[in-house]
Design a protein around this ligand. Structure first.
Ligand SMILES: Cc1cc2nc3c(=O)[nH]c(=O)nc-3n(C[C@H](O)[C@H](O)[C@H](O)COP(=O)(O)O)c2cc1C
Length: 422
């Protein structure tokens, strides 16, 4: 291990979201990365060279003809630890997919042997066009991580998929990809479903029965799965956290809504991780108007009925090869209760953690034992929820049936193709 700063090439192409890359750049430099910004010539129409140079502390040029003595068209890619393109325009994706080398950024993409990430941003029509879909598929097949754009307001009055995700969340992708290094995209080509947060069971228009789950563990699972290359559906219940970049988010409120969303998403999923705290019971009836405190009379009892058992249903109806992971929050007899639950729900893995007011909920750290249906037991010491998430994906990955390889094994001459190392 050397102590040099990790080297990041931040490619910026000519999308309206280029200004958001300034924030990503700041986060990268402030967290100790040596960043060289490589804009396309048109990107400089949106944000000028002085901004990139001042924020990065490195010279900036879009073309191969500056500083030729240092051969920047090969040196930048060869020496980078990560190439991250944000925003990636439809045009840039096309040029990269076809191996063009008509400016410094595309030369860098061809010479890079480190992980390569594209964060596309464009109008929905451009994103959904078969040409763009094919280019994205090509780049992914070569090992690049292409982060799904967010849905929302686009330039002008349009809304839909095509927005550049929040720069803070793109930074999280960069951080995770850098940490995992060259072999990090082990979930490429997989669809995983993660549930997060806590359901709320409505009593009347203003009251509900809820729980203390913050969604932090589920969001950590979603973030880490994106960085490992998976297509991630995040079914999120009542969470006040920013959307992790690259995930398809389905927002739900109650356990019944969570049930419907998870079952739907699980239909073509390779793995489902149920990290959400789902209410076992809900009030038997919903009162359409606020229940009044009537003078003198005591409170009316609330009758509860059972909610669908999502985990048990997933365990029973799993499609062949699908890996099902449950979470068990226990306050007493943690392991004994966990083992019983694992058998009852027929899941492959059960992450058992002790919960209490100050133990897990809302905290950035967690500690757990992961029980396997094969009798395995993995102790995870207290640490960041992301560390636990990585171990969950390691165990899931080990249980997934091999799929056709996401990357061609070799390029011409037996050398890995560009981005294969990623
Ligand atoms: C105001 C404006 C906004 C644009 N925004 C985008 C965008 O968000 N995504 C995109 O793919 N192209 C966008 N384009 C089109 C690209 O700028 C154009 O395709 C350009 O040739 C891309 O060059 P580059 O890929 O070399 O950076 C925009 C153009 C204009 C004039």
């Amino acid at each position: 291990m050397t102590s040099r700063k990790p080297r990041v090439v931040l490619g910026v192409s000519a999308g309206i979201a280029a200004y958001k890359a300034c924030e990503l750049l700041r986060r990268l430099t402030e967290s100790g990365h040596d960043v060289t910004v490589v804009p396309t010539a048109d990107a400089l129409r949106f944000v000028g060279e002085p901004t990139w140079a001042a924020l990065s502390g490195n010279p900036v040029s879009p073309q191969v003809w500056d500083g030729v003595a240092e051969v920047p068209h090969v040196r930048l890619g060869q020496t980078a630890d990560l190439v991250f393109v944000a925003p990636a325009t439809a045009d840039l994706l096309a040029r990269a997919a076809h191996g063009l080398a008509d400016d410094l950024l595309t030369n860098t993409l061809l010479t890079a042997r480190c992980p390569v990430v594209f964060a596309p941003a464009m109008h929905t029509e451009m994103w959904e066009h078969p040409a763009t879909r094919a280019n994205v598929a090509t780049l992914r097949s070569r090992g690049a991580l292409v982060v799904e754009p967010a849905s929302g307001r686009l330039t002008g009055k349009d809304t839909g998929p095509g927005r550049l995700p929040d720069p803070a969340e793109l930074f999280e992708v960069a951080r995770h990809v850098l940490a995992r290094g060259a072999d990090g995209r082990d979930l490429a080509g997989r669809h995983v479903v993660v549930s997060a947060g806590g359901t709320r069971e409505p009593i009347d228009p203003v009251r509900f029965i809820g729980n203390r789950s913050s969604g932090l563990q589920g969001y950590a699972l979603a973030r880490t799965a994106v960085a490992r290359g998976a297509r991630v559906t995040l079914v999120s219940a009542n969470v006040a956290l920013p959307d992790p970049a690259g995930t398809g988010i389905v927002s739900v409120g109650s356990a019944e809504e969570m049930h419907k969303a998870v079952v739907e998403a699980a239909a073509d999923a390779d793995a489902v991780v149920m990290a959400a705290a789902v209410a076992d019971f809900r009030p038997s009836g919903y009162r359409g108007s606020k229940i009044k405190k009537t003078e003198g009379a005591g409170p009316e009892p609330i009758r509860l009925v059972k909610n669908p058992d999502i985990l048990a249903e997933l365990g029973e109806n799993r499609r062949p090869g699908q890996v099902i992971v449950g979470f068990a929050a226990e306050t007493d007899d943690v392991l004994a209760n966990g083992r019983a639950k694992l058998a009852r729900k027929r899941c492959d893995l059960l992450v058992v953690n002790q919960v209490g007011e100050d133990l897990t909920f809302g905290r950035p750290d967690n500690e757990a034992v992961i029980l396997g249906s094969d009798g395995s037991q993995t102790e995870v010491p207290r640490g960041a929820k992301e560390a636990l998430a990585e171990i969950v994906w390691d165990l899931v990955g080990a249980r997934l049936k091999p799929s056709s390889p996401p990357f061609p094994p070799e390029g011409p001459g037996g050398r890995p193709l560009p981005g294969d190392a990623g």
